[in-house]
Design a protein around this ligand. Sequence first.
Ligand SMILES: NC(=O)c1ccc[n+]([C@@H]2O[C@H](COP(=O)([O-])OP(=O)(O)OC[C@H]3O[C@@H](n4cnc5c(N)ncnc54)[C@H](O)[C@@H]3O)[C@@H](O)[C@H]2O)c1
Length: 276
Amino acid sequence: MADTLEDVRPLFELRGRNYIVTGGAQGIGFACTRAICEMGGNVAVFDIQEKPVPEFDGLAAKFGTRTLYVRTDVTKEDSIRAAFDRALAEFGSIHGCVPAAGIAIDKPFLEQTWDEFTRIQDINVRGTFFVVQMIAREMVKQKTGGSFVLLASQSAHIALPGYRMAAYNASKGGVLMLSKALAVELAPHGIRVNTISPGFVDSEMTRTVRELKSKREGEQMWLAPPNQRLSNQSDLTGAVVYLLSDAARHTTAADIQITGGLHAGTIDGLISYEAK
Ligand SMILES: NC(=O)c1ccc[n+]([C@@H]2O[C@H](COP(=O)([O-])OP(=O)(O)OC[C@H]3O[C@@H](n4cnc5c(N)ncnc54)[C@H](O)[C@@H]3O)[C@@H](O)[C@H]2O)c1
């Protein structure tokens, strides 16, 4: 029996594989880009910003991989088509994707507008849907299989008091279920689809939201997880690399909640939100 066991370290290797990360100009998407490069993968980043964070330019030399940045709007079909064609021309094949482009608006439900709702769904849900579709079509053609790691959120699971993000919650619930549907439909092609559900992560997105909160409201949220701190971007990258890699080759339709324990209860009396 022992002879049939495999070494685990090589299963995490991403060298020789090509990935697309949307929203990778900064924040969680950039953290994933860096982590994939560190594990040997080549990465094309699609993001609406003119330029990524300065560290992006040094990744290829630092880790001996290839990177490409394409200014892209994931809400526009011709924009993602052009970006995808460039990535394919550069790398020749695509083995995985982390569609991390996303926005959030912190505003009471009663005040949210049609335009705000539509913008959130366009980027978070429709942008994810069609980027994944474009890449999955290529994977099917390549017959290589592949792996997607979608960005759900604790917002797909729980609604915290004072957390005014109904349109965002709806979008992340959509991404979570999309991942399960695609995992089932694409499994015969050797394509795996999983999600991570982060809690509050220190990024531009939460910085904007945090500025709007009172100290009491903020602490109620950031310090609520049993781990009693805000997540940082590096708290997420190990799970993303795992799900992209062969170490997760039998893992699909899974969701990894990386919340410091918040999805199970709060530090304050360990109340389960989901049970309420
Ligand atoms: N920060 C958190 O607490 C948290 C928690 C759970 C999930 N998430 C999810 O993680 C992902 C990354 O969020 P982040 O915190 O790093 O935010 P962020 O604002 O730092 O990064 C989001 C990126 O998406 C890009 N983007 C926005 N609209 C785009 C468009 N139309 N086309 C292409 N790119 C576009 C932005 O330019 C930016 O680089 C999002 O999907 C978010 O919903 C974040």
